[in-house]
Design a protein around this ligand. Sequence first.
Ligand SMILES: *Cc1c(COP(=O)(O)O)cnc(C)c1O
Length: 365
Amino acid sequence: MKIMPNRMDRGFYLYQQEFEDKALEVLRSGWYVLGKEVEAFEQEFAAYTGGGYCVGLASGLDALWIAFRLLGIGAGDEVIVQGNTYIASVMGVTINGATPVFVEPDAYYNMDSARIEAKITERTRAILVTHLYGQASHMDEIMRIAGKYRLKVVEDCAQSHGACYQGQMTGTFGDVGCFSFYPSKNLGAFGDGGAVVVKEESLAREFRIFRNYGSEKRYHNKVVGANSRLDELQAGLLRVRLSHLEELTKEKEKIANRYLREIRNPDVILPEVREKATSVWHQFVIRCENRAGLIDYLNAREIGTIIHYPIPPHLSEAYRYLGHKDGDFPITEQYANEVLSIPMYNGMTDEEQQIVIDAINQWRA
Ligand SMILES: *Cc1c(COP(=O)(O)O)cnc(C)c1O
């Protein structure tokens, strides 16, 4: 049996009738951009997170760069960001002309809060924290440091819908929580989508204006904005998925817990969950020194895997201008060389998971 790293079709068939009914409803409504589905989704998602206001946008990357734009962070400013994040986090900073200052990750693949203070300079304006692979970061410590140095905090929650630290949902700690609804995310649309969650109504309003060419009233443009709108079809479909998100997260948790119990291989390092934090298991990421060997072995058994991410942003061609070199961030680089995401998706069968577990347990480095 062939096992793919992800199966987005399964997530559709779980609620096929509801998705199809909603899609037809929107198609037949004659209203496709910024309407009642977007408004309803924004209210429901804000309520779900426990944050104040949600504004739907076109993508997770838009949520990030517009957040820094509206916080007034740009050329000459520095933003602290973890070295092992997805490169879109860093682009959210650099699109505005600000400089990313990388920090090594901790044992949970999130920003190592103990290494932040050493990176703060008089130019530092913000901390961008990514709750990578679905696990909440060390938020009490990060918020303490941000408060001490009066820094803004932006949360990249593209992988952490529903993950909590001390019972509080990611995306509600900092100034802006940035979400992606790319189809493979835990709360995935059927195309691109994104959103921000903010505490203050005035900031939510700035996002609403910015996403629509800088206008609140048609043809009255207050600022130079963007076209970054969540569309009605995606918003409607996201409302369907959101209504089931709790059970979808529980299912992922069950799959993750079985992997944690049943994978037994001295050459494979399993993920751990931080005290006071929860993970929504966007990915199940293992680590091993002979990763290429494991990938080949699993491929031979028709088991697919993905590396999140093989090239850390500081070594990517896009960021050559920052002047970093191999060896600058040894932990980040070690993770990039050793991490491997194994198959994990809603609708994964017990039998499929058994095949993955048996294969990994039988592998010898
Ligand atoms: C997916 C992702 C993004 C970008 O989201 P898009 O909707 O694809 O633009 C940003 N940061 C992280 C950590 C992501 O996983």
